[in-house]
Design a protein around this ligand. Sequence first.
Ligand code: F6R
Length: 609
Amino acid sequence: MCGIAGCVGHVNTPGLVVEGLETLQYRGYDSAGIAMQNDGQLEVVKTIGAPGNLRKQFDVNATIAETAIGHNRWATHGPVNMPNAHPHTNETGTIASVCNGTIENYKQLRAELTYNGYSFSSQTDTEVIPHLFDYYLAEGAEPENAFRQALGRLVGAYAVLALTDQDPGALYAAKFSSPLVLGVNGHEHIAASDTVVFAGTTKQATFLEDHDMVRLIADEPPRITSVKDSGSVVRVPEDIEDIEKKVGKGEFEHYMLKEIFESAETVRDATRGRIHPEDNLVKLGGLESVEERIKDTSRIVIVACGTSYYAGLIGEQLIEEIAGIPVEVQQASEFVYRNEPFDKNTTVIAISQSGETADTIGALKKADELAMLKLGIVNSLGSRIYRNTDAGVYCHAGPEIAVASTKAFTSQVTVLTEVAMALAEKSNTLNKPLMEELVALPEKIEAMLADTSAIQAAAKKYADYKNFLFIGRGYNYPVALEGALKLKEVSYIHAEGYGAGEMKHGPLAMIDEDFPTVALATDNPQLEKTMSNIEEIRARRGPVLALATAGNKEVEQTADDVIYVPASLEQTQPILNSIALQLFAYHVAVEKGLNVDQPRNLAKSVTVE
Ligand code: F6R
């Protein structure tokens, strides 16, 4: 939530920062702003909405600035308006700062600063930062110390960038509990919320840790020190060449569509080198270091949020069926409050696309306190969850820019299938057919994506309904939950996912001719029962759009409309089914003329609890 980018020493720092903000748009798009400093003079430009609007406000390419910092806002404190847009400045406009995070003690700090004669022009929590910086400079501290003292007063989570006219040409940056990474490229430095900002510019990144602060000057190595005791800190730059692909929409109208179409490739990438059907072998290098501890696992708790949580629900069934280990899936935001008994042989698996989700990080903290083994299934290398787990398996989905998660979900389910097989006894008879199916899956996905006309037609027909139910049984139950989430988040249509068996226990009361149901009716051992549920809905005049296995003509005799998907094993069918439902949600949103990639009120990387 919120994205920040700053740059020193580039030939066009404003251009790089605005471009960086455009890349980081997935983290927030309520408002955007940039502060530029040249010869000690600060200029701030802000806009409501997407960072691209900044280009209409000033000539990004012709503006000269030694340093620049920028921000995309996802509103937390105060509504979306210009005063609340970052960057915030001190009263005289000689200090500017941007912040990603939340300052929990801001009321107290505001009161104290107000008492000391400062006035505020926004309702944000983060405006205290430039004022505190100003306060300590006025007290006579050197800029670096003044910044450190200001940071020392903050309670909460933050990644901050700041400029001051008392140290022209320098960019100050610091982090605590929010992501901040440095890209180093010879003469210039970039500081940003995500390495995607560096794609194509730098090959190495330095991931700052909590309590790190840094002063960046062109041509000089970053000087990283500790906020706590001002001691020097060494952070070794890491190679990011292989992590990031160049981000762009290519020939696609939206990132969401592009990312759905990348699913075949990401499933392929998530299995490459890991599964060997010919030898009945699953090799997950990321778990090797904790092999012995994994062997002792008697119970698994999966923690995740949103779409990743639904991937976890599929993982639960996979691990229980294939490895025979009891699994429980908990929403990370609830896991932290529960007082359930755990023993030391409980392993926690955190699933996260961004690797920065605050609730999931909170759940890992609790797992830490309980000395549990912590595994991660993460898509963003270098992210906090990636770093805060003992071991893990990387999703290999590449950067996901659309707010609605699509290809990362299919990668997560692919990885969970691999984890389940890796945890199983070698003699498990399911492993080999599952491995063969995972190898075959990318081609099936490609075949499905080669003709999406039936999905588009269904989206056109159903786009005007106000409510939807999604139902499924067995492995298709979490797919129904995820299908409903996808539809609501991009189309703003009310949608709920239910186990098909639950219909008679309440939801059936809502069914009439204006309340359609999307039924997951692909071939599986529960299909007959799901067909009965479809009949019951049809008997109450509820329209039914069914997902069925190619070649199964029975479903179309009962449902109003059918989308066919290629046949797969029961355990891998969710991957194909969820891609079909992602496309359905996408096309409904397009029919409704909505901003598919950036749905209202949402942001990717939910870094606040
Ligand atoms: C929905 C979606 C969210 C995320 C959730 C967790 O499409 O993207 O529900 O899945 O915010 O995010 P990560 O996986 O980054 O931890």
